[in-house]
Design a protein around this ligand. Sequence first.
Ligand SMILES: Cc1cc2nc3c(=O)[nH]c(=O)nc-3n(C[C@H](O)[C@H](O)[C@H](O)COP(=O)(O)O)c2cc1C
Length: 164
Amino acid sequence: MPEIDSREFRNWGGHFATGVTVLTVQVGNTVRGMTANAFCSLSLHPPLILVCIQHGTSMHPMFEVTETFGVNILAADQQAFSALFAEHGEHAAPMGGVPYRIGSIGVPILDGVMGWAQCRIEARYAGGDHMIVVGRVEEMAVDRPDVDPLVFYAGRYRTVGEPL
Ligand SMILES: Cc1cc2nc3c(=O)[nH]c(=O)nc-3n(C[C@H](O)[C@H](O)[C@H](O)COP(=O)(O)O)c2cc1C
């Protein structure tokens, strides 16, 4: 078997269109968000989702200790949020200056996102160079049901087209 080239593998995976989320945590007095498209719903009973956190990211050590995290689903007009929360390193202002509130289970929820969920961590698994985090959804909402979602496909931001 020839070895899989990681750039080709990334390109191949990029042909699966996804939405874009910002994962948020609060650990002590520190709040942080990270852009992630490795998100999917996992189970209906119980209501589980999973996210994947790359080793070496600033979020990775926070996900090792936090018991809760937030999933913020971005709308098409929030490409700037995606870019901001994909930046390397610390932001000068908490949460990069994006307004947020702390939800009932201690999870930062960004203002103006299309939808959000507060999750409690059920399990963490090793997944190659990522940590797979399974979260149980404890509260969720779609605050902007009528806007188009931000889509990431083939390395570019897009939005959805007409229904087929
Ligand atoms: C569209 C998009 C999707 C991303 N998805 C993920 C992901 O699912 N998991 C992950 O660990 N990093 C993902 N990243 C990369 C992180 O956002 C990025 O590595 C991190 O914010 C860099 O900050 P740090 O170096 O300070 O950790 C994604 C980036 C973009 C632009």
